[in-house]
Design a protein around this ligand. Sequence first.
Ligand code: IYR
Length: 229
Amino acid sequence: MADTGKLINGFKHIPYSSENISLEEMLQRSAQFYEALNSRRSVRHFSNKNIPEEVIMNIIRTAGTAPSGAHKQPWKFCAVSNQELKSEIRRAAEKEEQENYNNRMSERWLKDLAPLGTDTNKEFLEIAPWLIIVFKEVYEFDESGDKHNNYYVNESVGIACGMLISAIHNAGLVTLTHTPSPMNFLAKLLKRPVNERAFLLLPVGYASDKALVPDIDRKELVEISEFYK
Ligand code: IYR
């Protein structure tokens, strides 16, 4: 087949086209995708049932399809199933959380969290079969070892995490975005290189048979959007 690509700034560009679907199917697929993601909930009660490593690999592959500033892909997904490591992470996270809930968080913050039923107990860190700890690469090293900051790192890694969460839900599994703060103990425990900072911790597994989630609603379309036609 003829190569219809071309060079831009000396770099190869190749043809890309949108999937050709009918308007009817577009409407159906967009509504179905919304329904699928709208059934996702942040779940804090996990079963300890194993998940095949290949599933976790596919979920991470999906997150790695996210767009990123200058295509630097400034992320690293650390998948932990080692029980001792999970226990160490729980111990360190709960230590920070005790400080957070008892001293660092404002009355208003605690009041805002009350409907979610969160507390300093992070049992899920030991029970969930996998923990995915997402690191952002704030800078990279060039061939001569010089540091160069990456671009839009929080935006890029945030988008990748959204895709990770969607992939977890799509696989029939549950997660929650756990943000023990400060999170630097994670880089230490996982022996991460100096250019990486912990961004988010997501336990991944099946929901426990006894899982409960808060009875809360999402904002309606009119509340989250404004159309300019
Ligand atoms: N990091 C704490 C507190 C917490 C903060 C927010 I904002 C939440 O939406 C949920 C929890 C914790 O993980 O418990």
